[in-house]
Design a protein around this ligand. Structure first.
Ligand code: NAD
Length: 273
């Protein structure tokens, strides 16, 4: 069901469906989106320092009436804050804005060369002191993970990556699975582009479901945590309506085969921010 979880490598349960809030504006927009998601049964919210909306996320969570322990909250340290001391400082700002006393998951947002290992040591410290229940990375390719693991004391619990039928990166998924690093999808709806694909429409029709429901169902059947974004009440609700059907193995394979290594977002080996 909507509150179902995957177990992370430290035993923490992570709900496999969450609401992404990138580009949901601080204030009313993000507050309403979080409120509607909680009403629809979501128990997982994905934000980041860089999204500029942590205060709104926190306000909506506190005012929702849902117990803090029931909701899984993720944030991320931004690139300009990377480094040991600066990450600890950025974490404090994140927690002040969220108005929460612990975080469920804190991620290194991008693998900033020469800095991500110091950043990781800061996350390990936050984890050791109990301020976050799990720590992980985002946009780390296999070589970044190998490099990090060479020195890490804590193995990342999660790697959050661009993932959709045009960018499957199956070898990276297999590597993460072997290392017990939970794969998590960002831009699972291809930032809206997936709704233009006729082959997706045909598959959705064959199940009597929507394109969003089919592709998000594929994520779950592949063991991938997914965080579709919407600020619209109806879409937030409908995107989560994916627990009353199952994709056939053939259709899972068909979606896998749409892979063309295409990114809608930046390349982790060549980003400039
Ligand atoms: P997405 O793939 O979730 O697509 C969102 C777009 O699809 C929006 O324009 C929305 O209006 C539209 N949409 C949503 N539901 C729809 C529906 N049912 N019908 C029609 N249109 C619909 O894109 P995203 O926001 O880039 O990714 C999701 C989340 O992933 C983000 O909000 C953020 O939390 C996270 N993210 C993380 C990183 C990272 O570097 N770690 C990068 C990008 C996004």
């Amino acid at each position: 069901d909507i509150q179902g979880t995957f177990e992370l490598n430290n035993g923490v349960q992570m709900p496999y469906l969450g609401l992404g809030v990138y580009q949901a504006e601080e204030g009313g927009e993000v507050e309403r989106a979080v409120q509607w998601a909680l009403e629809a049964g979501y128990r997982h919210i994905d934000t980041a320092r860089a999204y500029g909306n942590e205060a709104g996320v926190g306000k909506a969570l506190r005012e929702s009436g849902v117990d803090r322990e029931e909701v899984f909250v993720t944030s991320k340290v931004w690139n300009s804050d990377q480094g040991y001391e600066s990450t600890l400082k950025a974490f404090d700002s994140t927690m002040d804005d969220l108005g929460l006393d612990y975080l469920d998951l804190y991620l290194v947002h991008w693998p900033v060369e020469g800095k991500y290992k110091d950043t990781w040591r800061a996350l390990e410290h936050l984890y050791d002191t109990g301020r976050v229940r799990a720590i992980g990375v985002s946009n780390f390719l296999q070589h970044h993970l190998e490099d990090l693991l060479a020195d890490a004391e804590v193995i990342p619990a999660v790697d959050q990556l661009e993932f959709h039928p045009y960018l499957v990166q199956q070898p990276l998924q297999d590597y993460c699975q072997a290392k017990k690093i939970q794969y998590e999808a960002w831009s699972p709806l291809m930032q809206g582009e997936i709704f233009k694909l006729p082959e997706m429409e045909a598959m959705a029709d064959s199940y009597g479901k929507s394109i969003a429901q089919v592709v998000l169902r594929w994520d779950l059947q592949k063991g991938v945590v997914t965080i579709p974004k919407s600020s619209k009440k109806e879409r937030i609700r409908a995107n989560a309506d994916l627990f009353d059907f199952e994709l056939s193995e053939e259709d899972v394979a068909k979606l896998d085969a749409m892979d063309r290594g295409h990114r809608f977002g930046p390349d982790p080996d060549n980003f400039d921010f």
